[in-house]
Design a protein around this ligand. Structure first.
Ligand code: SF4
Length: 695
């Protein structure tokens, strides 16, 4: 299939579609993507909202893959975008006569494991609702229809889902009797023959980390591929950091123990199944030994591990946070925490785990080979927990940063170790392995400069390829669609009067916009304070106020879209990835510039690393990161050509400070009004009443 340079033109095939609009930026982006695929370069492409970037990379990718037989992986940050590509963009290309095969690959936990399903069916009451749900899923599995399986699996209650989901380390692969009908492997086989494989960043990273060990030429999480297109690429560094991190929490320990044995519930665990089988077998010396090991050593040991773990996490939290009660995270110093209570509780927890490992090994030696195989992954999980615990508590690898994080809604704190830099790993194990890598997003550059993004993925010093980069501005008419204002008389965000002044003026502004606003914060504390004062002024009687954390994110967004005049107060996750086109969102209010908290362990470690290398961390890390996030936040407002509204910046540092210009200049061409809050209210009213913008 040949690449048609006229595909996006008014005279080309795409123009046949209803609602077609010619977008010069889209055509140019597609040409560049094709060029990068053909010449094997790295492409860094920023494409503003409304460019139509999905089609601009999918069309050339499809043509190139079909013409050369080289597989292309498209990676997105979210499953939502994976599904959008499959359900919206790919059907467009197929409708226009492009013949190709595209397959979506998701993580193992998105598929049911037939074996685990069968085991659970044996343990639940045959007439129970649970058995009914499981049998329904079993019927879908028998039909081998992947969409039906996905639908039935997604409909299961969360706890049931967890008990039947596929787990890579528990899977027997070719030795499993369901291997040929297993949805995980049906999908894997489909992906092997696909031209385009649509993955997500987590899978891409999982694939990279396994290939690091087994070699690039092996088929692992993803089939072998030659090219990668990374969409929503501004997330890749964070996902890589998370992926290469080591985490330990009470939740992980309880999950590990639960897989081994539960005293009650639907799925009683592997040791309970073994014990039940022993009861059914005739008594003989070997059976007696197994039963004794289980009853007198292993099962009591599980309790000992649980208790030792609970004590350990509690002591870690008390000891590490003793100096302050406000911090969310506290660093673990290199060399580890050496207070007596920590050393004692660690020793007890570690010893309990090592004994558990020894007892599981002893049990394994008494089992037949089939049972040994079933037990083996659980033994490996215990070993992995011991290794991770030692790694974190020794805190000896200086390329990592170590910390403890409070988790008020979970059982105890979280221990974490994350690599300070991930760029080298991405460069070594991805960029140097593929023929071409294209990174794209609506926000990748700061003022057209990709230096910050490049250094994050390890290509600041690559001489091996040419790097092609381009910025394609959004086709929207921001100058007419947006009233962009900076409130010049706001107090600074860290002043006590900030929230009262903000709320006082929110009242009049929300009246003009009829609610329909996102108010974006950088901290939960300020969000809560604002909400309290909004309630005091009775704003909750006039507007539906939605606060992040009150309900699941998707539910909150649905409500925001449905209900007239809603106001959403959000922090971190609402600054991006939220799409509310139309009048439902008519104002985005940025309370404070989104600089990362310098005391966050990973942020502090990266900042120190730059400083040690003679690089100014503010200019090269904090500022570009904040500018990109700011652009994402402002970008929530205009999603279509018909959208209009207010972007109000309440942090006057954008005009008072030297660095402020980087924020304003990073926004699409649109005059920024530096006005007092009163002037903004008058100006906004007049703007809405003007003929260009009737409401
Ligand atoms: S192949 Fe693996 S995931 Fe599939 S049914 Fe068997 S054990 Fe489960």
């Amino acid at each position: 299939m040949e690449y048609d340079g006229a595909f996006f033109l008014p005279s080309g095939p795409l123009a046949q579609l209803e609602g077609y609009e010619y977008r010069e930026q889209q055509r140019r982006m597609a040409d560049l993507v094709y060029q990068v695929l053909t010449h094997g370069h790295i492409g860094l492409i920023e494409a503003g909202t409304g460019t139509g970037k999905s089609l601009a990379y999918l069309y050339p990718a499809v043509c190139y893959a079909r013409a050369t037989g080289e597989k292309i992986v498209v990676s997105t940050n979210t499953i939502n975008l994976q599904e959008q590509l499959l359900e919206k963009d790919i059907p467009i290309l197929k409708k226009l006569g492009c013949r190709f095969k595209a397959v979506v690959v998701k993580g193992w936990n998105n598929y049911p494991c037939w074996l685990r399903l069968n085991e659970l069916l044996e343990q639940v009451e045959p007439d129970s609702d649970t058995a009914g749900d499981l049998r329904e899923l079993e019927q879908c599995l028998i039909q081998e229809a992947l969409p039906l399986i996905a639908k039935s699996f997604d409909a299961l209650p969360a706890d049931l889902k967890e008990q039947v989901q596929a787990e890579p380390d528990l899977c027997g692969r070719g030795k499993c009797s369901f291997f040929n009908q297993c949805p995980v492997f049906i999908n894997k086989r489909l992906a092997e023959t696909a031209d385009i494989v649509i993955a997500n960043h987590h899978l891409l990273l999982a694939d990279i980390s396994i290939r690091q060990v087994v070699g690039w030429q092996e088929q692992v999480v993803l089939p072998l591929y030659s090219h990668v297109v990374v969409d929503e690429a501004h997330h890749i560094e964070d996902v890589a950091t998370e992926y290469f991190s080591v985490q330990l929490s009470m939740l992980r320990i309880r999950r590990l123990l639960g897989f081994l044995y539960r005293s009650h519930g639907k799925n009683r665990g592997i040791l309970a199944s073994l014990r039940a089988k022993i009861n059914l077998e005739p008594m003989h010396a070997e059976n007696d030994a197994r039963a004794a090991l289980l009853d007198w050593q292993l099962l009591p040991q599980l309790r000992i591990v649980d208790e030792a773990a609970a004590r350990f996490f509690q002591v870690m939290e008390t000891e590490c946070f003793s100096a302050s009660t406000e911090q969310e995270a506290a660093p673990i110093p290199y060399g580890g925490v050496e207070t007596l209570p920590v050393l004692e509780s660690y020793d007890r927890f570690h010893t309990a785990l090592v004994m558990l490992k020894g007892q599981l090994s002893a049990l394994s030696a008494l089992l037949d080979s089939e049972q040994q195989e079933t037990l083996a992954p659980h033994l490996r999980r215990v070993e992995a927990v011991i290794a991770d615990l030692e790694f974190i508590m020794n805190a000896g690898d200086r390329s990592y940063v170590y910390w403890v994080k409070r988790q008020p809604r979970q059982q105890g704190c979280l221990l974490q170790a994350a690599p300070i830099l991930v760029g080298e790993q991405l460069k070594e194990h991805l960029l140097l392995q593929v023929k071409s890598a294209i990174f794209t997003s609506a926000t990748l550059s700061v003022g057209g400069d990709f230096a910050y993004f490049r250094s994050g993925i390890g290509i600041d010093r690559v001489e091996r390829w040419d790097i092609q980069s381009a910025v394609y501005a959004s086709p929207f008419d921001y100058a007419n669609q947006v009233y962009l204002a900076v409130a010049k008389d706001m107090p600074l965000p860290d002043q006590a009067e900030f929230v009262p002044v903000l709320v006082e003026h929110l009242e009049s502004i929300l009246k003009i916009t009829c609610g329909r606003a996102f108010v974006l914060f950088t901290s939960y504390a300020m969000l809560q304070k604002t909400l309290e004062q909004m309630k005091k002024r009775g704003l909750d009687q006039r507007f539906l106020i939605l606060m992040q954390g009150e309900m699941p994110r998707t539910e909150m967004l649905d409500l925001f879209r449905e209900k007239e005049g809603a106001v959403l107060l959000g922090t971190d996750s609402f600054w991006e990835g939220v799409d509310v086109p139309g009048e439902a969102l008519s104002a985005v209010i940025i309370t404070k510039l989104p600089f990362r908290v310098p005391t966050e362990p990973i942020v502090a470690a990266r900042s120190e690393h730059l400083q040690a290398n003679g690089i100014n961390p503010f200019m090269h890390y904090f500022l570009p990161q904040a500018v990109l996030k700011f652009r994402q936040g402002c970008g929530r407002l205009i999603r279509t050509q018909a959208d209009r509204g207010l972007i109000l910046i309440c942090d006057r540092r954008v005009m008072d400070r030297g660095y402020g210009k980087h924020f304003l200049q990073s926004l699409p061409t649109c005059p920024a009004r530096l006005e007092s809050l009163e002037e903004i209210e008058h100006g906004l009213k007049a703007w809405y009443q003007s003929s260009a913008c009737k409401r």
